[in-house]
Ligand binder design. Structure first.
Ligand SMILES: [Fe+2]
Length: 271
C-alpha cells in the first residue's frame, strides 16, 4: 500500500513542480480550438484580412497584415473580446483544471481580467525583461497558467530559471541586484530553460521563478495567454480578492464557514 495520500499521476505532477517550479501538460484539443476560433473571429472585425486567410496562417503570420504601431490596438481589441465573452474564463479553467487541483487545490480564485501576448518576429516593443512577479507584490501563493495558442519554442517562447537556480540567485541577490537587466540576463543565461510548449500543451509555473522573454527570432508570431490562479483562502498580495481575483470554485463548507456568526443570546440572564 502506498504511504502517500496522492495518486501516482498526481504525485508525479507534484514532484515535477516541486523540483522545477513548473510543469507542462496536455490540453483537451476541443477547448483550445474553441479559443482560437473566438480570437480569429474577433480579429476579422479588427483587421482587414484577405478572405482566403486560414486560421493557422492567421496566427503564424498576423505580422503580415498588422504593422507594429497597430499591434497594441489589435491586441487590446482582442483582449476586450475575450473579456466580454463570459464563456472564456470557465473554458481556460477547464483546460488546466486537473493540474491546478494537484498543484494549487480545488477551491480556487482566478484572475478577473484576461490578457493576451502577441509577439511579432523581430519586434522589440513587447519584451518582458527578466523578473519574478513576487518582486512587484504578487502573492507567492499564486501560479500562472501559461497557454500557448501556437507552437512556442526557442525565442518564440519564454524562459524560466528553474527553482533550484532561482533559489541560488536569490541567496546571493545583492550581487545580481547591482547589475543591469542585460548583465543579469547574461549572468544566468546558461541556466535558463526556454519553454518548449507546442500548441496543445499548457504550462503552470510559479511566478516566483525568474522569467522573461527576448526578441522573437523565429519566423512566426508568438501568441500566448497567462492567467493567475491561487487558493481562494491562501494569503493575497497586491492583487486582491474582488479587485484582481474572483472566487471560481467556492465550496459549500466554506460558504457555511463565511456565513457563520456566533449566536447571540438576547435578553438572557436570570435577573
Ligand atoms: Fe511575469
Amino acid at each position: 500500500m502506498s504511504d502517500s495520500f496522492f495518486d501516482a499521476d498526481e504525485k508525479a505532477c507534484i514532484d515535477a513542480y516541486l523540483a522545477d517550479g513548473y510543469v507542462a501538460f496536455d490540453l483537451a484539443p476541443t477547448l483550445l480550438g474553441g479559443l482560437r476560433r473566438r480570437l480569429f473571429e474577433a480579429a476579422r472585425a479588427l483587421i482587414s484580412l484577405p478572405d482566403d486567410v486560414t486560421e493557422p496562417v492567421f496566427f503564424d503570420q498576423i505580422h503580415q497584415w498588422v504593422p507594429v504601431p497597430e499591434l497594441n490596438r489589435v491586441r487590446l481589441g482582442l483582449i476586450q473580446a475575450l473579456n466580454r465573452d463570459p464563456s472564456v474564463r470557465p473554458l481556460l479553467y477547464r483546460m488546466a483544471k486537473q493540474p491546478l487541483a494537484w498543484i494549487v487545490g480545488n477551491e480556487l480564485a482566478m484572475q478577473r481580467s484576461l490578457n493576451l501576448s502577441i509577439q511579432f518576429p523581430g519586434d522589440a516593443s513587447s519584451l518582458l525583461p527578466l523578473h519574478a512577479d513576487v518582486w512587484s507584490g504578487n502573492s507567492p501563493y499564486e501560479v500562472v497558467f501559461w497557454l500557448p495558442l501556437v507552437d512556442c519554442y526557442a525565442t518564440k517562447s519564454m524562459y524560466v530559471l528553474p527553482k533550484p537556480q532561482t533559489d541560488a540567485v536569490l541567496a546571493e541577490f545583492e550581487r545580481y541586484a547591482a547589475l543591469s537587466a542585460e548583465a543579469f540576463f547574461r549572468a544566468i543565461e546558461k541556466d535558463l530553460v526556454w519553454m518548449d510548449v507546442p500548441m496543445g500543451r499548457g504550462l503552470i509555473f510559479w511566478h516566483g521563478l525568474i522569467h522573461g522573454n527576448r526578441i522573437n527570432g523565429e519566423a512566426d508570431t508568438r501568441w500566448s495567454m497567462n492567467t493567475r490562479f491561487k487558493g481562494l483562502l491562501s494569503p493575497y498580495g497586491t492583487k486582491e480578492l474582488g479587485e484582481s481575483f474572483l472566487p471560481i470554485t467556492l465550496r459549500p463548507a466554506t460558504r457555511f464557514g463565511y456565513a457563520y456568526r456566533e449566536p447571540s443570546v438576547r435578553g438572557g440572564g436570570d435577573s
